[in-house]
Design a protein around this ligand. Structure first.
Ligand SMILES: Nc1ncnc2c1ncn2[C@@H]1O[C@H](COP(=O)(O)OP(=O)(O)OP(=O)(O)O)[C@@H](O)[C@H]1O
Length: 542
């Protein structure tokens, strides 16, 4: 995707209107140069000249404002849409794709790439007007003398060609700088998430700062400096070329052919006037290149900005069932493809059945595939092979969104939202208070208008609040991934002996990833995983 597509997508009608008004603005500039030149040469004030001058000044003033207004609106709309579409696409992209990209790359795109694009989008209004001025001035020069016009066009083309040659080199440095920026964001993530570990170990902290963060930041700086210096050199070269043209036209051409003072001063005025817009255009090229690199980077995330991504279209799927009669996984597999295929991990083939009013425990050692199985069961991963059926309905890519709406999940790496506004149901603060009492949190947290007074709690307490959210969702299938591992023995007991049986009594299907052997007797079924395969499925006999 390029900038033009981005702008045209916002509204091609406004683009066309803005370009037309911008051209008028440019033409009025050329008109002003013509009147000034006429006045300079004839030295006699005529009413026509004065009124033309006044009219053109007004025309330039209004067309400038209108064109900028239109383009600023357009630019803002494009940035607004880019932000929104990108966020939507991130949420719509398959989970494994986002996991493979990594949070740091996504964050770098959402912040820096969008800022790079916005810089140039904000510069586009002035850029358009300056281009219109250049075009109009060239027309005037052509009218004055086709020979001079030809000389200028040759030099312009020479300038553009040589600029393009070096610009390619500069862009390659900016692309390398952008790659370092991704790495820098990864270090920032370590800095924020690993603050405690870095604070407690001086050697590690120093090495992290000096060998990782500083080194990457320096590489980023160097690549950027080289790229921008190449651009600056190219811009100076372009500037000098222009003065060569001025010299040619003013000092050499009059010796070769007879030129009237009127035409000569016309050249000088126009060429000198052209320098400022051309400088603006050249100075905008590095930002333009940065924006191009940023857009290329957004494209490289393969979040498909132009085409609607499959998953995002699924929201219109029918309402979820309020029961789970039968959830079936038949020969389901998922593989984490790595660069070295021999270390790739495959879960499955998995054959499992879950029913309503059933508690199923999933157990197994670290890395045996429990969390991966949870992602497959809940529809976050689409099975590579095999099928999933819910209430005898085959789950496909088309009804994936519908399928996911049957689950209330507390993931092992859950995220706790501080409000309950987005759950799509009216929940009173009183109802919430009852749940807080049940979860022994009423002394720590208050709820006012659906907003939690705090989420700065212990990990165990935060997990209880995540459980509260799952309760409020009230969906037919509950999945808890190592929920009890952070709970104290008292609340662990409450969870296994009170809360889970209550859910079962309500007819919910309850799937629990756990290591708590002392409560295995409470489940209908225990599924034991070992290195991605089901080692055993057994029913607990008390
Ligand atoms: N996003 C990922 N990309 C690549 N490999 C992954 C990814 N997530 C997990 N794995 C690999 O898949 C295997 C199973 O991981 P999983 O998290 O499902 O195990 P688990 O049984 O939940 O482990 P634990 O009890 O430690 O949480 C591991 O070998 C892990 O390295």
């Amino acid at each position: 995707m390029n900038l033009i597509t981005l702008l045209l997508r916002s509204s091609w009608k406004i683009v066309a209107l803005a370009v037309f008004v911008g051209l008028l603005s440019g033409a009025s500039t050329a008109g002003l140069i013509v009147t000034i030149n006429a006045q300079v040469n004839y030295f006699s004030l005529t009413a026509i000249l004065i009124w033309s001058f006044i009219g053109l000044v007004f025309l330039k003033f209004f067309t400038n404002i209108i064109s900028k207004f239109l383009l600023i609106n357009l630019a803002e709309k494009a940035i607004f849409e880019l932000r929104l579409i990108l966020s939507e696409r991130i949420l719509a992209a398959p989970l494994f794709h986002l996991e493979r990209l990594g949070n740091h790359r996504i964050l770098a795109t959402l912040t820096n790439d969008i800022i790079s694009v916005s810089y140039i989008v904000y510069a586009i209004p002035t850029l358009c007007i300056e281009i219109a001025v250049v075009v109009s001035c060239l027309f005037y020069l052509f009218w004055l003398s086709p020979t001079v016009f030809l000389i200028i066009v040759i030099f312009l083309l020479l300038g553009i060609f040589s600029y393009k040659q070096v610009a390619g080199k500069a862009i390659s440095f900016l692309t390398l700088a952008r790659y370092q920026e991704d790495r820098l964001f990864n270090h920032f993530r370590s800095l924020i998430e690993g603050t405690k570990e870095l604070k407690i170990h001086q050697q590690r902290r120093q090495n992290f700062i000096l060998k990782e963060l500083k080194e990457t930041a320096q590489l980023y700086r160097r690549k950027n400096v080289v790229g921008m210096t190449i651009f600056a050199t190219a811009a100076s070269w372009g500037n000098i070329l222009f003065f060569v043209v001025v010299g040619l036209v003013l000092f050499i051409l009059p010796n070769l052919q007879v030129i009237s003072t009127y035409i000569l001063s016309g050249y000088a005025l126009t060429i000198l006037y052209l320098i400022s817009p051309l400088e603006y255009i050249m100075s905008a090229i590095p930002s333009f290149s940065k924006a191009t690199v940023a857009l290329g980077n957004i494209d490289s995330l393969k979040l498909s900005l132009l085409n609607h991504f499959r998953e995002s279209n699924l929201i219109s799927c029918g309402a979820a069932d309020n029961f789970c009669q039968r959830l079936e996984l038949l020969s389901v597999t998922h593989t984490y493809h790595q660069e070295q295929e021999d270390i790739a991990f495959t879960l499955g083939p998995i054959d499992l059945t879950f029913s309503d009013g059933e508690i199923v425990f999933i157990v197994g050692g670290n890395g045996s595939g429990k969390s991966t199985l949870v992602k497959l069961i809940t529809g976050l991963y689409i099975p590579e092979t095999g099928n999933i059926y819910l209430n005898n309905k085959l789950v496909t890519i088309e009804n994936q969104e519908w399928f996911r709406q049957h689950f209330s999940v507390v993931f092992s790496d859950f995220y706790l939202f501080d409000n309950f506004w987005n759950l799509g149901k009216v929940i009173t603060d009183e109802q919430m208070y009852d749940y807080l009492v049940k979860l022994h949190l009423n002394k720590k947290v208050q709820v006012k208008n659906g907003v939690l007074s705090t989420t700065s709690l212990s990990q165990g307490q935060r997990k209880r609040l995540a459980l509260l959210t799952a309760y409020l969702e009230d969906r037919p299938i509950y999945v808890f991934d190592e929920w009890a591992s952070d709970q104290d023995p008292v609340f662990k007991k409450i969870f296994y002996t009170q809360l889970l049986p209550e859910l079962k009594k309500k007819g919910k299907t309850v799937i629990v990833v756990t290591h708590d052997e002392q409560y295995f007797y409470l489940s209908e079924k225990i599924v034991k995983l070992d290195y991605g395969k089901i080692e055993d499925v057994f029913t607990w006999c008390s």
